[in-house]
Design a protein around this ligand. Structure first.
Ligand SMILES: [Zn+2]
Length: 701
């Protein structure tokens, strides 16, 4: 668990200096040929060994040799080339490293490394012998002693569903830091569990967890890609019981959400899809299946700010750990940028220290993958303003790990590389939490402003790194075709009652949840007037809404009617709103009254005020200014994002059911009072600025 790379680098440098300056004629090793690798070190970590050495001028690549030895350093097996280091493994070419993995943790080995110049093999380095790190946890300490089925069988078998439930239940029982919650059930009625992990205890409710800026790891959506799941189960034990200050510090600053097996049916049957054959990673926007519905509902309630989604893949030419940010062009720029920073800024740099080869998914001729489907969790989460990445574990040993014909060795390398990645993910969140939250706030505010074109399919390009570095062969371009671009966004989509509440047959067994239920699972605000249902775009998930409700949507739920703003430009005198009214880029010089059963949606609009709504169907204000008091009472749907209110604001007796009124990123130059609302208002993690007192339900906003 302890990472001492900075120390190690210092030590390896010291060793190099020592070898050079301590050279004596009596010691032949110190007269090393110029092409011999020197200063080889082996640093032990969880399930892998970082080998580091001084680079050899002119080396094309390096071969890493591993030999099992006994306690007397006598070989007990055949020396084997287990690794090939290539320059595009890492960003720091001057300090080559290789993460050797795949062996039985706890065994003792001797390593040597040699350079190759073209096909010419140079002399091997002096050997280094070390005992590798045993599986984490003292076998005699309660909790730490737990082991997964995969660990106890030495990677011969994956942990079964019943093993998982028993193991996570034991962690829950033995650790105050862990609460296991059931998010839902699979089609075949397997529990979909999530570990909620915090220090000293996890926050008590989803809403309280959300306030800790949690991180979420989805470990196993494709049932035949189980490597990440085993890493998640091991990491859960470490987080639950470790006394390492790094771990307790991490868990004191956030909550870690781990979903080991969203696709329990697919895992049990070793299939990519669920029991109905549905690829769940093509369903996170449509949420036709109970498994994806469970995950998306969790995202709505727990509000993770960062995520990883674990997979395996089969391109033998690419790196150990292909990753990819949310690329869909409707994802807010700050979320794309922050996700890229996590991958290229953090994972590439840390990978170069630990010896793991992170690179873009779809690189090195990886095929037409990693595109913009919003049905993929990576993109769905990005459209939900979550900094996140896909993680692929190269399924075969590939060209750089030639000893993975051994199945157990192959499985161990995958799982321990995933374990490294997930720990790095937590470290990134700990170090960059403020930036992640800033990106999220900016993304939510820019989405709610509803400006700029909408793209129905199409990805941002991933720029190439200069060769030879990870990412010098980027994933495929995926520009949006002209017919899938809408330059002028509508204000809202209007659905008929049949579209909104009508029965569907697109779920398992020919049944399906309604559009209304799916919109509720996504957490979008809906304004209902009579038998018409409006979904305004001035909401945090503005980039996702049209993909499901517009006729141009490639994989849509329904063909909603685009509703454009009816109020723009300057208008003088009092305004009484009836029906559904949308104002964009408007200036209203006068008081505004929203009648019972009517709705007002605004973007980039200034109202001289006051603004009064009583028993309205909905008030959604974004990127707008009210130069007077605001009073909203007994109203059904409320969202105020990135607004300025120059006067007292009062939200009282509102009837939003369990759907909390949103008041986020707003400046109120006066008191804020919220009383007797059916749900306590939320600020979505974006603080408001209130110049007067905040009272009652808004005391913490
Ligand atoms: Zn996959």
């Amino acid at each position: 668990m302890r990472r001492q790379r900075p120390t190690l680098i210092a030590v390896s440098t010291l060793i190099a200096v020592t070898l050079t300056t301590a050279a004596t004629p009596a010691n032949a090793h110190n007269a090393a040929p110029p092409d011999q690798v020197t200063a080889l070190t082996a640093h032990q970590a969880d399930g892998y060994t970082t080998l580091a050495w001084q680079p050899v001028d002119g080396a094309t690549d390096y071969q890493i040799e591993r030999t099992p030895v006994d306690a007397d350093n006598t070989p007990t097996g055949t020396p084997t080339i287990v690794g090939i280091w290539r320059p595009n493994r890492q960003i720091n070419q001057q300090a080559p490293t290789f993460a050797d993995a795949g062996y039985n943790p706890g065994d003792t080995f001797q390593w040597r490394v040699r350079a190759r110049t073209g096909t010419t093999e140079q002399p091997y380095s002096e050997p280094v012998t070390a005992t590798t790190t045993a599986p984490w946890g003292n076998p005699t300490t309660p909790g730490e002693h737990l082991r997964t089925g995969w660990e106890t069988t030495h990677a011969a078998q994956y942990t079964s569903d019943t093993d998982e439930y028993a193991y996570t239940a034991a962690i829950d029982a033995l650790s105050d830091r862990v609460r296991v919650v059931e998010l839902g059930r699979t089609v075949q009625n397997r529990p979909i569990n999530m570990l909620v992990i915090g220090h000293p205890t996890p926050a008590a409710t989803p809403q309280a967890v959300a306030a800790t800026a949690p991180v979420a790891i989805n470990c196993n959506v494709h049932g035949n890609e189980p490597g990440d799941r085993e890493a998640c189960l091991i990491m859960a034990r470490q987080l639950a019981f470790s006394t390492d200050p790094r771990i307790t510090d991490l868990l004191s600053h956030t909550t870690v959400l781990i979903v080991p097996t969203i696709n329990g049916d697919g895992r049990a049957n070793n299939t990519r899809g669920n029991s109905t054959g549905q690829d769940l990673n093509r369903d996170y926007s449509l949420i036709r299946q109970p498994e994806t519905t469970a995950y998306i509902t969790m995202v709505r309630d727990y509000r993770p700010v960062a995520g990883y989604d674990g997979h395996e893949f089969g391109n033998s030419r690419a790196g150990d750990l292909p990753m990819l940010p949310p690329r869909h062009q409707n994802v807010a720029q700050p979320i794309f940028d922050q996700s890229q920073d996590m991958i290229e800024g953090h994972m590439y740099a840390k990978g170069a220290e630990a010896g793991w080869w992170a690179c873009p998914y779809g690189c090195e001729g990886g095929g037409n993958v990693g595109l913009s489907e919003e049905t993929i969790l990576r993109n769905t989460l990005g459209l939900k303003n979550v900094t996140n990445s896909l993680l692929e574990l190269r399924s075969s040993g590939g060209q750089t790990r030639p000893d993975e014909g051994n199945t157990a060795n192959n499985r161990r390398r995958k799982t321990y590389s995933a374990l490294w990645t997930f720990h790095q993910f937590l470290d990134y969140h700990r170090a960059d939490r403020a930036d992640i939250l800033k990106a999220r706030s900016e993304a939510i505010e820019s989405q709610a402003a509803n400006t700029g074109r909408l793209v129905f399919r199409g990805s941002r390009p991933i720029p190439a790194h200069p060769a030879p570095h990870p990412g010098d062969s980027p994933p495929p371009l995926d520009a949006p075709p002209a017919d899938l671009i809408l330059d002028t966004p509508p204000c809202a989509y209007k659905l008929t009652d049949a579209q909104y509440n009508g029965a569907r047959t697109d779920g398992p067994g020919g049944i399906g949840t309604t559009v209304a239920q799916r919109i509720a699972a996504h957490g979008w605000k809906v304004i209902t007037i009579g038998d018409e249902h409006y979904v305004p775009l001035n909401q945090p998930e503005r980039g996702l809404i049209p993909l499901l409700l517009d006729g141009k949507g490639v994989e849509k739920l329904t063909d909603g009617e685009r509703v454009y703003p009816t109020l723009t430009g300057r208008r003088n005198g009092p305004l009484t709103v009836t029906g559904f009214t949308c104002a964009d880029d408007a200036t209203i010089n006068g008081p505004v009254t929203v009648r019972a059963g009517a709705a007002l949606v605004t973007t980039a609009t200034t109202i001289s005020g006051p603004l009064t709504a009583t028993s309205a169907a909905g008030i959604l204000l974004a990127d707008s200014t009210i130069n007077g008091p605001v009073r909203i009472a007994t109203t059904d749907t409320i969202s105020i994002i990135d607004a300025t209110i120059a006067g007292p604001a009062d939200l009282s007796g509102n009837t939003t059911g369990t759907d909390a009124p949103v008041l986020a990123g707003t400046t109120i130059r006066g008191p804020l009072n919220c009383t007797a609302n059916s749900a306590t208002p939320t600020n979505l993690g974006i603080a408001n600025t209130v110049h007067g007192p905040r009272t009652s339900q808004c005391a913490a906003l």
